[in-house]
Design a protein around this ligand. Structure first.
Ligand code: ATP
Ligand code: TPS
Ligand code: MG
Ligand code: MG
Ligand code: MG
Length: 327
């Protein structure tokens, strides 16, 4: 594999965004930013053995997810993704065709959002595959959906079903088995191919003071982040949280997946109750599934309470934590 030849191959022949003065091909990318908008930048890394298993995921799967999770962070700000940069550390066992397959899949996903790759980095490693993607997006000035926007009385909502990604992972890790192949496929697909909620995020940005977070570490963790940033307490209700109707058939502790599993890459947020109905209707008419799961109760302490029937349980900020595996 030749580094420079590889870069040449992954360089796009055409671009969606004309404001790019230079993308791949110089020391850094240069582009014009748009008046009246703010830039949004995020980066997330994925490591073989930690975020994926190269024995169970194809290079295409890995590329897809590395880009999708970053697009999800832009969506969680209410932004539109525009550009991305990809840094890869490639182990000796990887072939050039693997890298190409990875880029091809990222390209396909990027095309859906008219995003351009504008740079990156390529190195070899004696360790595991590492892929780091940076995504740059934009949001109308002052419209970003910050975690600090939750206010007492707001409605708490999520988009789409929770817990399915964690269920899929448990199949991949061999912790779980099921007779029905279609069921297994569904959950594994949810784990390997999360669909970032860009449209939902954009709708949120058009309403006043929506708080948003994307679900990477788990609902409990993300809600605690909103509670902390807004200094409010939040109540959510078990029977309102959307999940696959098959989830409970897989494991009696399915609730663990829903609350702490993570990697659903759905959005969780808060919106004032007077805007809720209009928001709910707009989401529905745009094909975005949105569910009310609770309320912001009061300001002061940052607690998240989970109501299961008559029980009220304090939801701790536990979930996926790279340095503390307490699950
Ligand atoms: N090594 C680092 N150096 C500087 N800032 C960091 C570093 N790691 C994280 N951050 C910043 O800390 C904040 C929280 O990061 P985190 O990775 O938890 O984001 P997230 O989107 O909530 O989670 P996830 O990584 O699970 O998607 C972000 O503002 C991020 O940019
Ligand atoms: C092989 C394997 N083992 C465990 C997991 C679960 N996992 C890894 S990172 C993460 C949180 C988000 O990551 P980050 O906080 O780094 O963005 C989760 C839930 C996985 N995907 N693959
Ligand atoms: Mg992160
Ligand atoms: Mg995030
Ligand atoms: Mg993230």
């Amino acid at each position: 594999m030749d580094e420079f030849e590889l870069i040449h191959r992954i360089t796009p022949r055409s671009l969606f965004h004309r404001e790019i003065e230079i993308g791949i091909g110089d020391d850094a990318a240069v582009y014009e930013s748009k008046k009246g908008y703010q830039e949004i930048v995020c980066v997330d890394t994925m490591v073989d053995g930690v975020h994926f298993l190269s024995s169970h995921s194809t290079p295409a799967d890995i590329g897809y997810k590395a880009l999708a999770v970053n697009i999800s962070d832009i969506a969680a700000m209410g932004g539109i993704p525009k550009f991305y940069l990809v840094s890869i550390a490639v182990p000796s066992g990887w072939r050039e065709t693997d890298i190409e397959a990875m880029y091809e899949e990222m390209n396909k996903l990027a095309k859906l959002y008219q995003m351009d790759v504008i740079g990156g980095d390529t190195v070899s490693t004696h360790g595991q595959m590492v892929i780091t993607v940076t995504v740059i997006g934009e949001v109308e000035k002052g419209k970003a959906c910050l975690r600090s926007h939750a206010r007492p009385g707001d409605i708490v909502f999520v988009t789409g079903e929770l817990g399915s990604s964690a269920a899929g992972l448990s199949f991949l890790l061999g912790e779980q088995s099921a007779e029905d192949d279609r069921l297994v496929e569904h959950f594994i697909e949810r784990h390997k191919r999360p669909v970032p909620r860009v449209k939902a995020g954009l709708i949120c940005s058009r309403y006043q003071s929506v708080a948003l977070n994307d679900i990477s570490d788990g609902l409990a963790s993300e809600l605690n982040e909103i509670a902390e940033a807004s200094r409010v307490s939040i109540d959510i209700y078990q029977d309102l949280i959307p999940r696959s109707s098959d989830l409970h058939k897989l494991r009696s502790e399915w609730e663990e997946w829903v609350l702490f599993g993570g990697e659903d890459f759905e959005l969780v947020g808060t919106i004032s109750s007077d805007q809720w109905e209009r928001f709910d209707q707009e989401c529905t008419s745009c094909g975005v599934p949105v569910y009310k799961i609770g309320r912001v109760s009061r300001s002061g302490e940052a607690n998240v309470f989970y109501y299961r029937g008559q029980d009220r349980i304090l939801l701790e900020k536990k979930g996926y934590n790279h340095f503390r595996q307490d699950r």
